[in-house]
Design a binder for this molecule. Structure first.
Ligand code: ATP
Ligand code: MG
Length: 552
């Protein structure tokens, strides 16, 4: 099937101009996650952008773990990130860990000190913040700003040796305390952290800050176009300063694009981690999570995610995208691919009283009426079947065309049945219906004798396979707000509903991650963790209907 065409994007134009102006003759991009959590759909947008831009210009893309913060990082996250990138359909040309550059970064810091461009500062983090000034006021120079090169070299070496406690000293760039750009007011380059690192163990107790590390990582790897989200726009002058003053051979350039936000979704690893740790969800891959692993388990496909990313394109201004748009793309992707079968989520037994007890027959059903290539299957029909509780009404509201006493409906792929009797238990609950069928009305025989208004689905009771259905609603009831309330106050208590029902016998052999359209219920995915041959579990990916339409 054709994938959605790329929408135009300003980054592509920048690269084209760089080529024209002779500023670049090749493209190297990178996806640089910090391994401090599982990736979410926002990261997917960045992955797709970086890999596809490079691909378009026959360039390369690196996967780089930006692992410069020892306390939050873990190899579990490294592994999950690799899996997610590959599942999305991309293979990195090179794999790097920023922590492998610690020695080189340290040497570049020494170079800055020698050039009089960096100094060791004894102010606390709080004091540094207070003396940084504001948009209207310049900052105040640190009392340690004029330390000699010799003293700075000595102190920085002692920092590395572990002579000081966390927070006692930092290394700062010496730029301009009066700069209108606050990021240039002597930013911190190194801090002390006595903590074990997932890759370098206890080798280091000083760690580079993002603003120092990131441009160096890009330059070391020969990245040409370093794409990040908009909040780093004001950091770009510092990025360029670091590359220049550290005398890096390769000169990468930073470009910013709008991050992806979705309605009813929190999109930050920190917050997602909170949902996991407080057991509000049952893991990073809970099907309600906007993580790539959660969406995969829910039943999203890489194609749907790539087409979604292409459609939203790359913007220069932040906005919130409607989650319905993501749902639109999974429906589009599965429409012709997923077999259509019948499942009864909340069963009600129907006895067809004029169908002989010892009889059964096989009826033909199309696997996907919109895609005849998917062929047909045979489904059993006999005296007892299950229908959906909701497809029967004791007191039918106006315009109700499904089953009620005296009414006739079509059973999908089978016969017309008419309801003659309602059986109740002592509490008055309807537990069974007695109906009669009309053999003349068999589906596919061209019967035109009379018409009925309702078509309902069913499964044969004797051959039905029990199954669990997990139905989802948004996990968060509000969009991310700035009203001071925590997202934890907006958790939807009804985000998961579990129903026990039946599927057709052909479903018995379905496997982890198989996807189906259940007639009238929507698209479902076989859950990779909870489903087994003895106990099928289906996650509803999306229902069938949506009010959403792509803008023309
Ligand atoms: P989070 O706050 O969720 O941890 P992050 O930006 O800190 O996100 P990183 O691991 O540093 O996470 O991100 C790796 C890359 O993914 C960066 O280039 C970042 O710009 C990009 N990215 C992160 N979130 C989004 C988003 N919502 N939309 C687009 N790109 C994103
Ligand atoms: Mg981060």
């Amino acid at each position: 099937m054709m994938e959605h065409k790329s929408s135009s994007n300003f980054l592509r134009n920048i690269i084209l101009e760089d080529f024209k102006a002779g500023k670049a003759d090749h493209v190297v991009t990178r996806f640089p996650p910090e391994p401090n959590g599982y990736l979410h759909i926002g990261h997917a947008k960045s992955i797709i952008l970086n890999f596809e831009l490079a691909d378009e210009f026959k360039g390369k893309t690196h996967l780089r773990f930006d692992d410069t913060n020892p306390t939050k990082e873990d190899t579990e996250y490294v592994e999950s990130i690799k899996e997610d990138v590959q599942w999305l359909g991309y293979q990195w040309d090179e794999l790097f860990f920023a922590s492998n550059y610690f020695e080189e970064m340290y040497n570049r810091a020494i170079l800055l000190i020698k050039k009089g461009k960096a100094y060791v500062c004894d102010l606390t983090a709080e004091e540094i913040r207070k003396t940084r000034g504001s948009l209207t006021e310049p900052g105040q120079p640190s009392p340690w700003r004029e330390r000699s090169v010799e003293e700075n070299l000595e102190l920085f070496e002692e920092m590395r040796r572990g002579a000081f406690k966390d927070g006692e000293k930092v290394l700062r760039a010496k730029i301009d305390m009066a700069s209108p750009n606050i990021n240039l007011r002597d930013p911190v380059l190194y801090r002390i952290a006595h903590a074990s690192h997932h890759n370098t163990g206890d080798k280091w107790c000083i760690y580079p800050m993002y603003d120092f590390a990131h441009p160096l990582e890009d330059a070391i790897e020969g990245v040409t176009h370093s794409i990040c989200t908009l909040e780093f726009e004001d950091h770009r002058p510092l990025y360029d300063w670091i590359v220049r003053e550290c005398e890096m051979e390769n000169v990468p350039h930073q470009y910013e694009f709008a991050r992806l936000n979705l309605t009813n979704t929190v999109m930050s690893k920190r917050k997602l981690k909170q949902l996991v740790e407080e057991k509000i969800v049952d893991g990073w891959n809970d099907p309600r999570m906007p993580t790539i692993s959660g969406l995969r388990r829910r039943g999203y496909t890489p194609e749907a995610m790539r087409n979604f990313a292409r459609e939203i394109g790359v913007a220069k201004a932040d906005s919130v995208v409607d989650t319905k748009m993501l749902e639109h793309f999974i429906r589009e992707d599965l429409k012709l691919k997923a077999p259509r079968t019948m499942a009864v989520l909340k069963p009600l037994k129907v006895v067809i009283t004029n169908y002989p007890e010892d009889q059964a027959e096989m009826l033909e059903a199309e696997n996907n009426p919109e895609n005849p290539e998917m062929g047909v299957r045979m489904i059993p029909f006999s005296r007892e079947i299950y229908i959906e509780q909701d497809d029967f009404a004791e007191n039918p509201p106006p315009k109700y065309h499904r089953l009620y006493l005296g009414n006739e409906v079509r059973l999908k792929n089978a016969y017309f049945i008419k309801c003659n009797e309602i059986v109740k238990d002592e509490s008055g609950r309807v537990i069974e219906l007695h109906c009669t069928y009309d053999p003349e009305t068999k589906s596919g025989t061209g019967f035109t004798g009379r018409k009925v208004k309702g078509t309902i689905h069913w499964v044969d009771a004797r051959h039905a396979v029990p199954a669990e259905f997990r139905l989802y609603e948004p996990l968060i009831l509000e969009n991310e707000t700035d009203d001071g309330t925590s997202f934890l106050e907006h958790i939807n208590p009804h985000s998961l509903e579990i129903a026990d029902g039946f599927v057709e016998p052909t479903m018995k052999t379905s496997k982890s991650q198989d996807k189906f359209q259940f007639f009238r219920h929507g698209y479902f995915n076989v859950d990779p963790l909870y489903s087994s041959a003895d106990h099928l579990v289906f996650n509803r990916i999306v229902s069938l209907k949506s009010s959403f339409e792509l803008p023309k």
